[in-house]
Design a protein around this ligand. Structure first.
Ligand code: EPZ
Length: 456
């Protein structure tokens, strides 16, 4: 997260202009989960039959994944939030660098391509603003399943060992419950010969959604959502129709925005137990939470400081750490927010301080002393979730703010500003025809990394 420096004018860019001290009111519709839809798109490569995906959010990340699949020869038909995916004619087993570099999740294709063709070439996804994002767990697991893997000039080249064109079942124990590695290995194991067990598997709802779709396709996966997942390989997988689960991170973002503005709203559709860690913390901080079927209503009261430490599901999600930090800047008392998943996911802290927050950052723990008011500023988002945090801060703040770097926001929040506008927030997307200069920005880090936007 960076402020644009005093020294440079900033290139043309879209921004969200937010009038502060807003209130939210009403019901907001939650879109399909980005982090589920992305891996479900990759999983569709595992069959030659048609996959129909419903409730797919319209996001730039989804568009990029769609382009990658089309580049492989997949026939993709999109109608509103429904995608029809037909992979029967794919022939290319190598992903182009320029497409992968824009989307880390494209690495999920390696498992399906390897299982389908016996080989796959996928560029290394690289790091991003929130951390180095290694893929050693993906690689080690694929090797354990019988793949030979070399990394040459930034390309991961995988091949099934020996004459067989099938991976073989095995026992894998992950060193950390990696979401992506669990998904890669589950997908690769569905067409392996024999049984695979994955210990210390990630338990996120998006993994459970993936396993549900794969089982609809004829896979034999047991205990998804538990620490040990069992996959009995099958010969082939068929097509299916699957509805993407609601996005728990988008849902949590709106609940946090409501708590930050003492607004009562309802969010739907959601799967309440996907949000338990978040609703528990919001209740602890003074909000009343009412669950009715697939909807959650929040009625905030006096906002109290609470401590959070991010953790793998079912713990507090790292993707809501930045928005929750924005909330705590105006809570009564002192709070401590610790990021345990990614090594560099506290970039929003110094910008919130520029808005008047009182946060001391020690390693990956933010020590926050609540203040009465924070003040609107023009700021630049540098990754998906901290951009959302800045928008929440802009809604809370006194005065108006302009939030730049919307290419990050548009990766993960469908129609975010329209949904906020419907809830009563004064927010508009502006496209600057000309550049703007230092007078619009106060202070901030050098802008040498302004251009270094990477993909989270
Ligand atoms: C997924 O990323 C999500 N992305 C992230 O959401 C989310 O923050 C993350 O899971 C954690 O919940 C998608 O699903 C597309 P990990 P992923 O592998 O799979 C270490 C968002 O904002 N690790 O669970 O990349 C890694 O360094 C994005 O929507 C290894 O050491 O996350 C990290 O510290 C951001 N070796 C930890 O595990 C590996 O091989 C968690 O990473 C893989 C990961």
């Amino acid at each position: 997260m960076i402020c644009v420096s005093k020294k440079k004018s900033y290139p043309k860019s879209e921004n969200l202009k937010i009038f502060g001290q807003g209130k939210l009111n009403g019901i907001v519709e939650i879109s399909g989960a980005k982090n589920s839809a992305l891996v479900l798109l990759a999983a569709s490569l595992l069959t030659n039959e048609k996959i129909i995906l419903k409730n797919v959010p319209r996001l730039t990340d989804i568009e990029k994944m769609g382009n990658i699949l089309k580049n492989l020869g997949v026939n993709l038909v999109e109608r509103n939030n429904k995608l029809q995916i037909d992979s029967k004619n794919i022939s290319i087993k190598e992903l182009p660098y320029e497409l992968v570099n824009g989307l880390r999740a494209s690495f999920f294709c390696i498992g399906p391509l390897l299982s389908k063709f016996g080989e796959a070439k996928v560029p290394l996804p690289g790091g991003c603003n929130i951390g180095s994002r290694p893929i050693d767990e993906h690689i080690n697991g694929l090797k354990a399943l019988g793949a030979e893997i070399i990394i040459e000039e930034g390309i991961v080249k995988a091949k099934i060992k020996g004459k067989k064109n099938k991976l073989h079942g095995t026992h894998i124990k992950l060193k950390c419950p990696s979401v992506g590695a669990t998904e890669t290995l589950v997908m690769a194991a569905t067409l392996a010969q024999g049984r695979t067990t994955i210990e210390n598997a990630a338990r996120e709802p998006e993994i459970q959604d993936l396993c549900q779709m794969l089982n609809k396709m004829g896979a034999k996966i047991y205990d998804s959502g538990k620490e040990k997942i069992i996959i009995d390989g099958v010969n082939k997988l068929s097509g299916c129709t699957h509805k993407v689960i609601p996005d728990r991170i988008e849902a949590g973002t709106f609940l946090i925005a409501a708590a930050a503005t003492s607004s009562s709203i309802t969010i739907a559709p959601v799967i309440p137990h996907h949000l338990e860690a978040v609703t528990n913390k919001l209740q602890e901080s003074g909000s009343k939470i009412t669950i009715k079927g697939n909807s959650i209503t929040i009625n905030p009261r006096e906002l109290k400081s609470v401590d959070i430490s991010t953790a793998p599901f079912p713990g507090f999600p790292t993707d809501l750490q930045a928005p929750f930090t924005a909330l705590m800047t105006i809570a009564n008392g002192k709070s401590k927010i610790t990021e345990t998943i990614f090594e560099n996911r506290m970039n929003h802290i110094h910008l919130l301080n520029k808005m008047g927050a009182r946060i001391k950052l020690r390693k990956n723990t933010a020590h926050i002393k609540g203040v009465k008011t924070i003040y609107g500023m023009d700021l630049v988002g540098s990754d998906l979730r901290s951009s959302a945090a800045l928008i929440i801060a802009g809604i809370i703040a006194k005065g108006s703010s302009k939030i730049y770097g919307l290419e990050h926001l548009d990766r993960g929040y469908e129609n975010f500003e329209s949904k906020l506008k419907i809830l009563g927030i004064k927010i508009t997307r502006e496209f600057n025809k000309n550049t703007f200069t230092q007078s619009e920005f106060k202070g901030g880090k050098e802008s040498e990394d302004t251009e270094k936007y990477k993909v989270a």
